[in-house]
Design a protein around this ligand. Structure first.
Ligand code: NAP
Length: 266
């Protein structure tokens, strides 16, 4: 998995034309952001269709992640949802298939479906999303639980709770932590320290926020950008390294919570 990918929430909703949205994703692919994250939930499958457009002719180069809704995540429902996603994405396999958040159907059934999809070559890897440390531990004890390859969670400069227990737990097991909403959906407070570090690098505050998210091994970030200027900015972060002084400055402005906090979700 490449560490810097692209998200697709709010894509396929008609905010821009389908062609503009697919072109933005393709621009990101061209600039090295070759992982794309989508979900059956986004625009009721519309985002997967746009990703399908963007993948045309270059499927092999791209790592495709999509998610099953918890209400569909029974043993049978998961397989059927994956097949619908494959059709919308116009591909024969998913690189990573996630359960979008913990739901009421027993996780055993979802994991069994994931294993079956993998045995059938329809998915290469599977994982979870919005699972807190206790939920990850419970999943780990189930049949198929050791196959979990990733947990996708909210993680950015102002939402650092996952660093306390979830991130080390995942890192110990080589489970990728996929950081969603690295800009907190555009609401990340731009404190003085962030602006200062950005100016030292000739970068924007968003670029520094994204580079900060990527500073740790095992973390994958999936910023969403439909505006081509944003896509270019985000791709350029791939080559940006924050110094220990930058990190210390950001630490003071956006400190790690002093005690455990419940996993946040957007
Ligand atoms: P985000 O990536 O934090 O923020 C997206 C917003 O930031 C958009 O308005 C975008 O504008 C803007 N933006 C992008 N690049 C920028 C830049 N360089 N400078 C300034 N603004 C910039 O929020 P997100 O979409 O919630 O999170 C990213 C992805 O994570 C989602 O798209 C989705 O794939 C995934 N996600 C997963 C879950 C989950 O439950 N698993 C939850 C939320 C998100 P434009 O679009 O106009 O360029």
């Amino acid at each position: 998995m490449t560490a810097l990918g692209q998200g697709t929430w709010r894509i396929g909703e008609g905010l821009r034309t389908r062609k503009e949205e697919a072109d933005a994703l393709r621009l990101g692919f061209d600039l090295g952001m070759t992982l794309v994250d989508t979900a059956e939930m986004y625009a009721d499958g519309g985002a997967e269709e746009v990703v399908g457009d963007a993948l045309a002719g270059r499927r092999e180069e791209i790592f495709v992640v999509t998610k099953v809704l918890p209400q569909n995540a029974t043993r049978r429902g998961t397989v059927e949802a994956a097949e619908r996603s494959l059709r919308r994405l116009r591909t024969t396999w998913l690189d990573l298939y996630l359960l979008h958040w913990p739901g009421s159907h027993p996780l055993e059934g979802t994991l069994e479906a994931f294993e079956r999809l993998r045995a059938d070559g329809k998915i290469r890897h599977y994982g979870l999303s919005n699972f807190d440390p206790e939920e990850m531990q419970a999943a780990d004890r189930l049949p198929g639980g050791k196959g979990v390859a990733a947990n996708q969670v909210l993680y950015n400069l102002c939402r650092r709770g996952v660093e306390r227990r979830l991130l080390p737990w995942c890192a110990d097991r080589r489970i990728a932590l996929m950081a969603y909403s690295p800009f907190d959906q555009g609401r990340l407070p731009q404190r003085e320290a962030l602006r200062k570090v950005a100016s030292l690098h000739g970068a924007t505050p968003s670029q520094v926020a994204l580079a900060w998210t990527l500073r740790l091994d095992g973390v994958v970030a999936i910023p969403k950008a439909a505006d081509p200027r944003h896509v270019r900015e985000n791709a350029a972060v791939g080559g940006m390294v924050l110094t220990p002084e930058d990190l210390a400055e950001l630490e003071r402005a956006y400190p790690l919570p002093k005690r455990d906090v419940p996993l946040e979700m957007l």
